[in-house]
Design a binder for this molecule. Structure first.
Ligand code: NAD
Ligand code: MG
Length: 376
């Protein structure tokens, strides 16, 4: 019997990588469900190749295949199907939140690429996992690295987590030049090929702030013991320093297929010859630098929102999603993204964010603040 996997966001960068990984391990896994926002053509090809039993599309321009499920609830259905044991959440943005919560409540393993889920609703996700018996295994390469370094050790053994950051395409750009960086510049990531939203997040370093918050919830480590270091080669995926001073790092070629496979098989490892092998000599030299926080204000704003807790991470995430959307549409400049986030965080109401409804209200208010700031 093979393990049933739902791939949410199957037409995206992580979704397609996941299907490649699954196709190499069809002796262990089968694709039970696929969902996408649009792109019915690609989804149809995937449905044919995988023979998925459930196919869901959110926005069907043309009449979808009669066997497909159309509409926003397809994520919830796919993530709670009885034949699904692992939900790979590769949706982008807060749109993936309910699927994470629903899958955890239904006792599934969530292989989580959709970091926005945990940033917005970290406390609710941990509660859902506890009550429903589900578990979160990260797909994000940094968090996969930390999970692999921890290898079952207790949180009390950790002195600090060190997340690595590639530094993005603007690592060595001066702050004046940064203000007017174009979309093409922002999408030209030096080491990873990713979806548009996370590529822009990597350019502003908002992505690394999202990842600090994600690490806080995943590993239960306080913010003052989570650090970030720039490592342009993206070979050291992150490090853990233990209380005795020993530091473990997880190292490998920059390929998301590795953390995706590990999220499926954790804590076991299976042989995979489809991923490039690591070569220490050709990967040399490995270098590390401090984050230029003053030139990338979205990073500090996000970490500060994480520390504040309550609805603040939801406000940060929504403001970022909205501002990045405006930048992708050519309506604001690159430098406006962090200014809009700052404006939303300083004007948004505070709140404990204990319910999904309160978090989504904070999300909506933050989007309205960003639009008012940017477009009025
Ligand atoms: P992408 O834009 O390439 O793909 C997003 C997928 O989500 C697509 O299948 C799309 O159809 C679907 N989608 C978009 N909006 C949706 C909505 N409103 N409702 C339901 N589905 C929707 O993005 P990606 O680069 O694959 O990233 C996906 C997630 O993984 C993000 O949270 C990102 O931060 C995270 N992640 C990505 C990478 C990477 O290398 N690409 C690495 C680490 C983490
Ligand atoms: Mg990452």
């Amino acid at each position: 019997m093979t393990v049933g996997v739902a791939v949410l966001g199957s037409t995206g960068s992580i979704g397609q990588s996941t299907l490649r990984v699954l196709s190499r391990h069809s002796d262990k896994f089968h694709v039970a469900a696929l969902t996408a926002y649009s792109n019915a053509e690609l989804l149809a090809r995937q449905a044919l190749q995988t023979s998925a039993g459930f196919v869901g599309i959110i926005e069907a321009r043309e009449r979808p295949n009669v066997q497909w499920h159309a509409g926003a609830d397809c994520l919830t259905i796919a993530s709670t199907l009885p034949e699904v044991s692992i939900v790979v959440n590769a949706v982008v943005g807060v749109a993936g939140m309910d699927a994470t919560l629903g899958a955890l409540r239904a006792g599934k393993r969530v292989a989580l690429a959709n970091k926005e889920s945990l940033v917005v609703a970290g406390r609710l996700a941990l509660d859902a996992a506890r009550t429903g018996g589900g578990e979160i295994v990260p797909v994000d390469s940094e968090h996969s690295a930390i999970l692999q370094c921890l290898a079952g050790r207790r949180a009390s053994d950790i002195r600090r987590l060190v997340l690595t950051a590639s530094g993005g395409p603007f690592r060595d750009w001066g702050s004046d030049r940064l203000q007017d960086a174009t979309l093409a510049d922002a999408l030209r990531h030096p080491t990873w090929r990713m979806g548009r939203k996370i590529s822009v997040d990597s350019a502003t370093l908002a992505n690394k702030a999202l990842e600090v918050i994600e690490a806080h919830y995943l590993f239960g480590v306080p913010y003052d013991r989570i650090e970030v270091v720039v490592h342009p080669q993206s070979i050291v995926h992150s490090m853990v320093e233990f209380v005795d001073g020993s530091v473990l790092a997880q190292v490998g070629v920059p390929s998301m297929e590795l953390p995706i496979l590990y999220a499926l098989t954790h804590p076991l490892r299976v042989e995979d010859l489809g991923i490039d092998r690591f070569d220490a000599v050709t990967s040399s030299p490995l270098t590390f630098e401090a984050v230029r926080g003053e030139d990338f204000p979205a990073f500090a704003l996000g970490v500060e929102a994480g520390r504040r807790g309550g609805v603040a991470p939801a406000v940060f995430n929504a403001a970022n999603e909205c501002a990045v959307g405006l930048f992708l549409d050519g309506r604001i400049r690159f430098g406006d993204i962090s200014r809009a986030i700052d404006a939303a965080l300083s004007r948004a109401a505070s709140g404990a964010g204990r319910t999904r409804e309160e978090l989504l209200a904070a999300d909506a208010a933050a989007r309205a603040l960003v639009k008012e700031y940017c477009l009025c």
